[in-house]
Each structure stands twice: as structure tokens, then as C-alpha cells.
Design a protein around this ligand. Structure first.
Ligand code: GTR
Length: 331
């Protein structure tokens, strides 16, 4: 008995490398694990290509044991509804914008305020540094696990009515925003009328005139064909709203620590590929909408836009203001 117990103990030690986290390498009889990831964008969109790379790395590094099935094109629902399902474990992962996520974990507003980042590079330093890690940790009490970040590009206003060069040109326009109080506040601060609405309803909203405009990056403006029904696009670059992959705490807690670590590392390692595709797609989308007849107004002086957002910063709770200050200090 004792010999058997010792033998079992030593083989566990061996498998677990020092007997801490069990190894991610599969035992011959390890059970296959199948997990689902929800994505709103179409299959060939850069964030989804990033999801696929993530899934591929997970599969490779687990020697085929862990499969992440990627459901693109909103097959599993619109972002807010999907986040709810991740929260109660019905969907294992989703790649979403942090805008709707901040409705569940409000401190995320600190990463999506207008004109927060000096550049794309500044944003990445924040996301991959201590602040990004703290924000991941802040997800856990709400039932989420932070897995990885993707490049979101800068968002710009567009509408079907007229060219917009200064905030006053937006006055009275009905602008769709993501399902986020912060984005409602932002559009109101600019003097327009904010209409929160799921992404999948924006095209028909523009077409039927329920809304006059919306705001998004070049690839989304192009891939949704919004440019066909709202041709005035203003490059004001008001926000960079990080894209995030979150997991369900309920689902992930059923996995070993080693598998959880393997999954997180795979998501981080998929970032360069997604960023590369993003840079290419931004250019291609810009060219496509221009060829399609979009009328582009480039904002030369962002001063008036930034000034109009000041009130939004002042309204933030102290936890958000504290993080905003720290973000500004990241070099
Ligand atoms: C896109 C983002 C999507 C979605 C969409 C929206 O830029 O990648 O996840 O949030 O914006 O405006 O709803």
C-alpha cells in the first residue's frame, strides 16, 4: 500500500513538475475540452482572425486537447447579451469592445474616455502594463476573467446629413452609440442626441432614418456597409476603445491552473498578428469607403473636441479619475 501510494505520489510530482500546477501537456487519457468563443464581427475581420490565431495556439500547445470553437458574425448574439451569457457560464469566451463591458465593470470606463491616449503606442503600454493587469483582476468579482487585448483603432463620427468639422456641426443629430452610459454622456457633451443600440441594428437604423449617424473605426464603418447609408465621415479620432477577450469565471475555474495559464498566454501571443492585420485593414477600408463615395473631413484642430469632453472627465467617480491620472503618467 505504502509503495503504491509513494509511486502514485511520485508520478503526480512528475506530471505536475514540482507538484505545483499540473502540466499542460496531456496525459494519454486526458479528456478533450471544447470551449466556445463569441465574436460580433464577420469571419475575415481582423479581431476574428486574431480569435482564430488564439484558438490555433491553444490547440497546438495543448497537443490538440483543448479546442476553442469561434462563432463569428454575432451567431451567439449581440455584445451585451453575449457578455451576460459569459457571466453565467453559457458561453466560455467572447471578444468584445470594453464599451459594453464597462456596463458590468464600470472601472473599465477609465480605459475608454475620449482623447485619453496620446497614441496607439501609449494605449498598448497601458494595456500590457500594470494598469491592464489590475483591470483584468477587477473583472473577477463580476464573474469574468481577463484573457487578452486586441487593437481597436480610433473611432470617428459619421452621418447621413452633412459634413461635420467642429462639434457644433453635430448639434441635434441623432447618433447611435454602443450600449454604454459613458458613450451616451460623450455624445450629449458634444450637443448631439445619443441613441444606444446594438451594433447589428445600426445599418437599418441609418437606412430608415431612426438615427442620423454613428461612430466607429474605418474597418467597422466599411465592413458593416454603413458608409453606403451615411457618407459623411469625420476623422476626429475621439476614442480608442480597447478590444478585449474575456472568459467566463465559471467555465475557466473547471480547468487546471496550467490550462488557464496556457490559454492566457496564447491570447497574448496572438496580439502581434491581430495588430498587423488591423493596420492593413485600416488602410484597405479607408480606400474602399473613399472609392465608394464617402466624403471625408479630417479634423485639423482637435482642441474644440477635447474641450467638449472635459465635463465627462469631471463627472467620473474617483476610482476612474485616479486611473485616468495614472494612464496619463504612462510613458
Ligand atoms: C466595433 C467593435 C465591436 C462593437 C462595435 C460597436 O469597433 O469592434 O466589438 O463594439 O464597434 O460599435 O458596437
Amino acid at each position: 500500500m505504502l509503495v503504491l501510494a509513494l509511486a502514485a505520489g511520485s508520478s503526480m510530482l512528475f506530471a505536475g513538475g514540482k507538484g505545483e500546477a499540473p502540466s499542460a501537456a496531456p496525459a494519454a487519457d486526458a479528456k478533450p475540452i471544447v470551449l466556445r468563443l463569441a465574436e460580433t464581427h464577420p469571419a475575415d475581420y481582423p479581431t476574428n482572425m486574431g480569435n482564430l490565431r488564439f484558438a490555433e495556439l491553444v490547440k497546438e500547445r495543448s497537443n490538440g486537447r483543448i479546442t476553442i470553437e469561434v462563432y463569428s458574425g454575432s451567431q451567439l448574439g449581440q455584445e451585451r447579451a453575449v457578455i451576460e451569457q459569459v457571466q453565467f457560464g453559457a458561453i466560455d469566451f467572447t471578444r468584445v469592445s470594453i464599451s459594453p463591458l464597462a456596463a458590468f465593470v464600470p472601472v473599465f470606463n477609465a480605459l475608454q474616455l475620449p482623447y485619453l491616449y496620446r497614441s496607439e503606442d501609449h494605449m498598448w503600454k497601458v494595456l500590457l502594463g500594470p494598469i491592464g493587469k489590475e483591470l483584468f483582476a477587477s473583472l473577477e468579482p463580476s464573474g469574468f476573467v481577463g484573457i487578452g487585448w486586441f487593437e481597436p483603432g480610433a473611432r470617428n463620427f459619421y452621418n447621413s446629413k452633412r459634413p461635420v468639422a467642429v462639434p457644433a456641426d453635430l448639434a441635434g443629430l441623432k447618433i447611435r452609440v454602443q450600449e454604454s452610459d459613458l458613450m451616451v454622456g460623450m455624445v450629449q457633451g458634444l450637443g448631439a442626441v445619443a441613441t444606444p443600440m446594438p451594433y447589428g441594428e445600426v445599418y437599418s437604423g441609418l437606412q430608415t432614418g431612426v438615427i442620423d449617424g454613428a461612430e466607429n473605426n474605418w474597418p467597422s464603418y466599411e465592413s458593416t456597409s454603413h458608409f453606403e447609408v451615411a457618407k459623411y465621415y469625420t476623422v476626429d479620432e475621439h476614442t480608442r476603445v480597447p478590444e478585449i477577450i474575456i472568459g467566463s469565471k465559471i467555465s475557466l475555474s473547471k480547468l487546471s491552473q496550467a490550462d488557464q495559464d496556457l490559454i492566457k498566454q496564447a491570447a497574448i501571443d496572438a496580439i502581434p498578428y491581430q495588430r498587423q492585420l488591423w493596420a492593413e485593414r485600416e488602410k484597405a477600408s479607408e480606400a474602399k469607403v473613399k472609392a465608394g463615395g464617402s466624403i471625408i473631413t479630417v479634423v485639423a484642430d482637435k482642441g474644440p473636441w477635447q474641450a467638449a469632453m472635459k465635463g465627462l472627465y469631471d463627472k467620473q467617480p474617483s476610482a476612474v479619475q485616479y486611473l485616468v491620472k495614472r494612464v496619463s503618467e504612462v510613458q
